[in-house]
Design a protein around this ligand. Structure first.
Ligand code: CA
Length: 422
């Protein structure tokens, strides 16, 4: 077992009941605050752990890591150290925060390296090079096939053979808490014979989980399902905002464009694949059998509970979806093997999103398009209003956590508020 994953570990830092950040999590992110430039951090309870302060005091000296790596605006240089070294940093943090200290008491230094989360601003954790969005939930792909094509042939013929995906836009990936103006664009209203221009009327979220790569490949090289996870640093929550009316008019024949690239919200903490090890579960049986390069061994899905809440301005929120990352038909190893099978190269800091994660039941759908069945079954909000899609002033909050053997590994949240179109 990875040392930091030991469920019996207890920290001398107070970790409130139900916290996303027990000693067994220790995710990585970047924070800044007044008079303190961006630097790398981890999290425990209600505190961020300043990794640069710990590095300056020599806590990582024997790990042979340049201290400058910890005073950066992004995690990229740290991630590029590779999973063995970053995993060693995580284990060292568990040592420092564990109550069973033998030789020294790090709690004497706590005022230097523990900062209340309420006092910091979390930054975009990764300088995103490329962003790829998959379409790997069979329930979501089936629902969309029913809504837009033919319920009898909802899945397109390629779907069970290829982890379908497309290249998204990296520049508009924003950290949780960043407001978004309602996008404008062309739409073709039903029955009209010419398009109109204006604010999107069908603004939607997409509940997704993204992974970030930490190990590059050369052009022409491919990764296998067996070694793909060496390239994966960790996971975050991801809201791939979608303008359905813009999307519907523009997407033929080349796929998503302005209906997608106006914003995607990522949570600030990257939860390491190491921390998620105890929560692996088998994925769905893939029928028919996939081609050899997509076959895999081991347990590759992750039991990660997900939720989406819509919070109106000055109003009470409502959870509109409870889903789970374990539903994914195609796993991350298959996605990376497919992504590189043609020789496409990977870089440190690339973001790969799962695609909307829907479960089988109505309460587990990952977009308003599915939840309200294209607006035909609106959601009742606590204030008496209804939602077919997302209104101006609404904040969409995505949360996620794994839980087993009394250990809860949380992801924080990916939230974003919709402001009126400019
Ligand atoms: Ca998406």
């Amino acid at each position: 077992m990875t040392q930091a994953n030991d469920p019996t570990l207890q920290s001398w830092v107070d970790v409130p009941e139900g916290s996303d950040f027990p000693i067994q999590n220790l995710p990585f992110g970047v924070y800044k605050m007044k008079d303190r430039s961006p630097r790398l951090a981890s999290a425990i309870g209600d505190y961020v752990i300043d990794l640069f302060v710990l590095a300056k005091h020599g806590f990582f000296d024997d790990l042979d890591i340049d201290r400058k790596v910890f005073r950066q605006q992004y995690l990229n240089d740290f991630m590029a150290l590779g999973r063995a070294k970053t995993g060693a940093v995580r284990n060292r943090l568990a040592d420092i925060l564990d109550t069973d200290l033998e030789n020294w008491d790090a709690s004497e230094l706590k005022d230097f390296f523990l900062v209340p989360m309420s006092e910091v601003e979390m930054c975009l954790p990764v300088k995103v090079g490329d962003y790829t969005d998959f379409y790997s939930s069979i329930e979501h792909a089936t629902n969309l096939g029913c809504l837009f094509r033919d319920p009898e042939n909802a899945l397109l013929p390629n779907w069970r053979h290829i982890p379908v995906g497309y290249h998204g836009r990296a520049s508009s990936i924003i950290v949780s808490g960043t407001d978004i103006h309602r996008p404008k664009g062309q739409q073709m209203p039903a029955g009209a014979d010419a398009p109109v221009f204006g604010p999107c009327k069908l603004l939607d979220f997409e509940l997704e989980v993204a992974f970030v790569t930490c190990k590059p490949t050369n052009l022409g090289e491919n990764v296998t399902t067996a070694n793909a996870e060496d390239h994966i640093f960790g996971l975050a929550l991801f809201n791939d905002w979608s303008a359905r009316d813009i999307q519907k008019w523009e997407y033929v024949p080349l796929g998503p464009f302005l209906g997608k690239n106006f914003a995607s919200t990522i949570s600030p903490w990257i939860v390491t694949l190491d921390a998620l090890e105890p929560f692996r579960v088998p994925g769905p049986v893939q029928e028919p059998a996939v081609l050899p390069y997509l076959q895999y061994e081991g347990t590759r899905n992750i039991d990660l509970k997900l939720s989406v809440e819509i919070v109106p301005e000055d109003g009470q929120g409502k959870v509109v979806s409870e889903s789970n990352f374990k539903y994914m038909y195609w796993n991350m190893a298959q996605q990376l093997a497919h992504h590189t099978v043609n020789g496409c190269n990977l870089n440190v800091g690339d973001v790969y999103a799962s695609g909307t994660i829907s479960g089988k039941e109505k309460g587990s759908y990952g977009s308003m398009l599915e939840i309200t069945w294209r607006g035909t079954e609106p959601v009742d909000m606590p204030d008496g209003s209804q939602r077919k899609f997302i209104n101006d002033g609404d904040t969409v909050v995505m949360k996620g956590y794994c839980e087993k053997d009394g250990v809860r590994i949380g992801f924080g949240e990916a939230s974003g508020k919709i402001l009126p179109a400019t």
